[in-house]
Design a binder for this molecule. Structure first.
Ligand SMILES: Cc1cc2nc3c(=O)[nH]c(=O)nc-3n(C[C@H](O)[C@H](O)[C@H](O)COP(=O)(O)OP(=O)(O)OC[C@H]3O[C@@H](n4cnc5c(N)ncnc54)[C@H](O)[C@@H]3O)c2cc1C
Length: 462
């Protein structure tokens, strides 16, 4: 059913807010959309800029998961369908006194193939034996909602510290001991559905290997082209995107809401949870209180360019590597950008170095200190003095929301406490990856656009 035209405010112009605005305008009903963005550009955590002679090197995310449909669907909808490329190499390594390629047969770090694990020097024989006995261990039901506690109980400390924590930790900048198991659906399903995680994981992995197509996509012009093309599509559809427009007022106004003095029927809060909590403090104090407790981890990305001729050939074939906590100083992961992305090749090879995570703050350090840490630590790992020709520091405060144990309950509680017409969306709630953010924005738009239909008897779409 098509309802009355709605006036919809979107707060935040990251990928979530842009996807929400785009979706709201594509719903029937002639809805009016105003997107408020506090900063001087849209994109939020997505930012692509020139570096070291390359036209477009990402400062934040450099790809999105292809096996979730929402990223590529949005890319196609905004005209980037024929510009999606995939990494040329996808195998990564773990630094444990040397670079060890990640063993075959892992599912987000969980072993599913005992033989492949046995062949890897990354674990000691004791660690391998402990992992191999997982099927003999009694099932704990329900599994504890801590990813780290779950993995250690099933597979032992080495699988946790050398595989799962670095792999999952690098995706979420997380300390997996304080991260919700339920927030990683692939692992949570194994934890809750089968006695042996290893055996159930083998089936799940076989299904994912059988699935054809690339694992990651990125627009060839960088992730920034996804947000700029979405913004262009929003404007072309009549949406009003306002930059330099921080929202500092959200108040009830009859059946609608007042945002910075203007009346709207619905408001989508696509800004980080801490900002949403501040804006909701009068309108929805219980929801505000709940989401104010969602912490974030800060990171810095140090991009380094080295002369391609000086890049050691032995490292070809790897997309990068992860540094497990016991071996970490500040660097948590290194992406060999020019190996991963064929179009980042040329005279200069680009490395993207991630520093910081939950429990390891780095943004108090100066640019010089961050640069020195990246160069010194990588030189130690490689065994020779790295001499970059260019350096770029990208600072990301509040970069990664941390999903603490029972995060889903907290979000459900906050959602229930929201008055009609207000919706939370974005990385703080139902997944931090770009496709999950897009999905969250699109669901919020369906809810907002459906409000007129609901008030005239129609159902909300979820
Ligand atoms: C370094 C890094 C690497 C990453 N790598 C990947 C990756 O490879 N693949 C992947 O899928 N994901 C990755 N992610 C995660 C993903 O990029 C983010 O989770 C996602 O982009 C967040 O989008 P968002 O729109 O929810 O939030 P944001 O991008 O944070 O956008 C929120 C927007 O709200 C605005 N805002 C804040 N307050 C106000 C206000 N009062 N009024 C108006 N506007 C306001 C902000 O300025 C911002 O533009 C990475 C993240 C980082 C930081």
């Amino acid at each position: 059913m098509t309802g009355a035209a709605q006036r919809i405010a979107v707060i935040g112009g990251g990928i979530t807010g842009l996807a929400a605005a785009h979706a709201a305008l594509s719903h029937d009903g002639g809805h009016e959309v105003v997107l408020f963005e506090a900063s001087d550009r849209v994109g939020g955590k997505i930012l692509t800029s020139p570096f070291a002679g390359h036209a477009a090197i990402d400062e934040g995310p450099d790809a999105f998961l292809a096996r979730l449909p929402w990223g590529s669907a949005l890319a196609r909808a905004v005209g980037l369908g024929d510009q999606l490329v995939s990494p040329a190499v996808s195998r990564a390594a773990v630094w444990w006194d040397a670079l060890h390629p990640i063993p075959e047969g892992l599912l987000l770090g969980l072993p599913t193939e005992v033989l492949a694990l046995a062949r890897s020097p990354l674990l000691t024989w004791g660690g391998k034996l402990r992992a191999a006995t997982e099927p003999l261990r009694p099932h704990t039901s329900p599994a504890p909602d801590s990813l780290g506690a779950f993995v250690r109980a099933r597979f032992g400390d080495q699988v946790h510290l050398r595989l799962v924590d670095p792999l999952v930790g690098s995706i979420y900048a997380a300390d997996t001991d304080h991260f919700s198991l339920a927030a990683i659906p692939q692992i949570a399903e194994l934890a809750n559905s089968a006695r042996s995680v290893l055996l159930a994981g083998r089936k799940a992995r076989a299904r994912s290997v059988a699935a054809t197509g690339p694992i990651f996509y990125a627009p060839v012009g960088g992730m920034g082209t996804l947000t700029s093309a979405t913004a262009a599509a929003v404007s072309a559809a009549g949406g009003d995107i306002r930059i330099h427009a921080p929202v500092d007022e959200l108040a009830a106004d009859g059946r609608g809401w007042r945002v910075n003095g203007e009346r709207f029927d619905s408001v989508i809060l696509a800004c980080p949870a801490a900002t949403a909590a501040r804006l909701l403090s009068s309108a929805a104090p219980d929801a505000a209180q709940a989401i104010a407790t969602i912490p974030t981890a800060e990171v810095a990305i140090v991009s380094l360019a080295v002369l391609a001729t000086e890049w050691p050939r032995g490292r070809f074939g790897l997309s990068g590597y992860l540094v497990p906590k016991p071996k970490q100083q500040l660097v948590t992961a290194v992406s060999f950008g020019s190996q991963k992305w064929a179009h980042w090749g040329g005279v200069n090879s680009v490395l993207r170095v991630s520093l910081g995570r939950d429990g390891l703050p780095v943004l108090h350090l100066s640019d010089e200190q961050l640069t020195a840490a990246a160069i010194d630590e990588l030189s130690g790992h490689f065994g020779y003095a790295l001499q970059p020709t260019d350096v770029r520091i990208s600072r990301w405060p509040g970069a990664f929301p941390q999903y603490r144990p029972h995060h889903a309950d907290l979000v459900a509680m906050a959602t229930r406490a929201l008055p009609e017409g207000l919706t939370l969306a974005g990385a703080s709630y139902h997944g931090i990856g770009v496709p999950a953010c897009i999905r969250s924005g699109e669901l919020a738009a369906a809810r907002a656009a459906g409000r007129g239909a609901a008030s005239s008897g129609g159902a909300l779409t979820e």
